[in-house]
Design a protein around this ligand. Structure first.
Ligand code: TPP
Ligand code: SF4
Ligand code: MG
Length: 287
C-alpha cells in the first residue's frame, strides 16, 4: 500500500533556532534552500544536509532534514559517501569559503571532476566568521583583519573558474541579498543531475566591512542565461572580477553513479518489485 504524503511546507523544514548574528547573510541562504526544496516538492526525509565547520556549516542543525555536521573541510567526502550509500536521497552540502576553499580545497576539485549528483552551496562571506574574523581564501587583496594587519598580500581564489576549468557540469553564483534569484538558482542546482556548485555571496555583517550588502548591490552584474561554453563562462567571470550572479554554465553529462550503473538499480528495487537476482548482482559489486 502506498501512502500519499501531503505537499511539504516551509514549516516542515524548520530545525533548531539559529544563533547567527542578526543580519547575517546565512539566514537568507537557508531560507532560499528551504523554499527551493518546497517548490520542488521534496520532503524533509528525502534530504541529507552535510556541512563542515563554520557559522555557515551550522545549517544542518537549523533545518529539519537528515543531517551531518562533520569536521572542518571534510563535508564533501562525507556527502559523497552518503550519496553512494543512499543514491535516492537529495544530498545538499553547505559550508563556508574557509571550509570549502581553504582546508577543503583539495576535496573541492576532486568532487567537481567526479561529478556525483550532489549540490554544494558555499556561503561565501570572504572571512572566517566562526573564529571571529580572519582572512579567508576569498578575502580581497589588501583586506585588513587580525591575521593580516598590514593588509592581505595574497589575491583571492577564483573558485568559479577552478570549477569551470575542472569540468564542473553546473556552476552558479548567487547573492543572499537577492533571495528570489538565489532561490531560482538553488532550485536549478538541485534539479541538475550531477555536481552543482552555487557560490552564494553571503555577507558577514560582524567581521567583514568590505564585502557588504551595499558593495554587492552596487557591483554585481546579472547573468540571465548560462553561457554557451565553459571557456566563455571563465572569460565572463574574469571580465567582471568575479562580481557576477546567475547560472554561469550547465552541461548535461552522465553523473558518476549513472556511469557505474549503481543508482538506477537501487532506485528500481526501492520503487518496484523486489528482484532477488538483481540484489545478488548488486551485492557482487560491493564484494
Ligand atoms: C582542523 C581545523 N582547523 C581549524 C579550525 C578552526 N575553524 C573553525 S571554523 C573555521 C573557518 C570558518 O570559516 P568559513 O568556513 O568561511 O565559515 P563562516 O564561519 O565564515 O561561515 C576555522 C578556521 C577547525 N575547527 N578545525
Ligand atoms: S560572525 Fe559573521 S558569518 Fe558568523 S553568524 Fe555572525 S554575521 Fe554570520
Ligand atoms: Mg566564511
Amino acid at each position: 500500500m502506498s501512502v500519499e504524503l501531503k505537499k511539504p511546507t516551509l514549516k516542515d523544514f524548520k530545525g533548531d533556532t539559529p544563533t547567527w548574528c542578526p543580519g547575517c547573510g546565512h539566514f537568507s541562504v537557508m531560507a532560499g534552500l528551504q523554499r527551493a526544496l518546497v517548490n520542488l516538492g521534496i520532503q524533509p526525509h528525502e534530504v541529507i544536509t552535510v556541512s563542515g565547520i563554520g557559522c555557515s556549516s551550522k545549517l544542518p542543525e537549523y533545518s529539519r532534514t537528515y543531517g551531518f555536521h562533520t569536521i572542518h573541510g571534510r563535508a564533501l567526502p562525507v556527502a559523497q559517501g552518503a550519496k553512494m550509500a543512499a543514491p535516492e536521497m537529495h544530498v545538499i552540502v553547505t559550508g563556508g569559503d574557509g571550509d570549502g576553499y581553504g582546508i577543503g580545497a583539495g576535496h573541492f576539485v576532486h568532487a567537481v571532476r567526479r561529478n556525483m549528483d550532489i549540490t554544494y552551496l558555499v556561503m561565501d562571506n570572504s572571512i572566517y566568521g566562526l573564529t571571529k574574523g580572519q582572512t579567508s581564501p576569498t578575502s580581497p587583496h589588501d583586506f585588513v583583519t587580525k591575521t593580516t594587519v598590514k593588509g592581505n598580500k595574497e589575491y583571492p581564489m577564483d573558485a568559479l573558474s577552478i570549477a569551470l576549468a575542472n569540468g564542473a557540469t553546473f556552476v552558479a553564483q548567487a547573492f543572499s541579498g537577492d533571495v528570489k534569484r538565489m532561490t531560482e538558482i538553488i532550485e536549478a542546482a538541485i534539479r541538475h543531475k550531477g555536481f552543482s556548485l552555487v557560490n552564494v555571496l553571503s555577507p558577514c555583517v560582524t567581521y567583514n566591512k568590505v564585502n557588504t550588502y551595499d558593495y554587492y548591490r552596487e557591483s554585481l552584474v546579472a547573468i540571465d542565461e548560462p553561457l554557451p561554453t565553459r571557456e566563455e563562462a571563465i572569460r565572463v567571470v574574469k571580465a567582471h572580477n568575479r562580481n557576477v550572479h546567475g547560472i554561469l554554465y550547465v552541461e548535461e553529462r552522465d553523473d558518476f553513479q549513472t556511469q557505474l550503473g549503481i543508482d538506477w538499480k537501487i532506485r528500481d528495487i526501492r520503487e518496484g518489485e523486489m528482484d532477488e537476482a538483481l540484489i545478488r548482482e548488486i551485492e557482487k559489486e560491493f564484494k
